[in-house]
Design a protein around this ligand. Structure first.
Ligand code: ZN
Length: 58
């Protein structure tokens, strides 16, 4: 069954889209200072296992 077109008001959709943009910004990637690849911020690099300039042993 389809969802009625007027179920969500324009302001509600606008709010939802603004929150979606906020989430996208949280997923920004940074480049690893050791190997230069794109990694998640505040995480150990999965390629060279470096974090804060040191090698981390897993
Ligand atoms: Zn790296």
């Amino acid at each position: 069954m389809g969802v009625p077109k007027k179920r969500k008001s324009k302001s509600r959709v606008g709010h939802h889209r603004s929150q979606w943009e906020r989430k996208q910004k949280l997923l920004q990637l940074v480049s690893c200072p050791n190997c230069g690849r794109l990694i998640l911020p505040h995480h150990i690099c999965p390629y060279c296992h470096h974090y804060k300039g040191k090698e981390v042993k897993v």
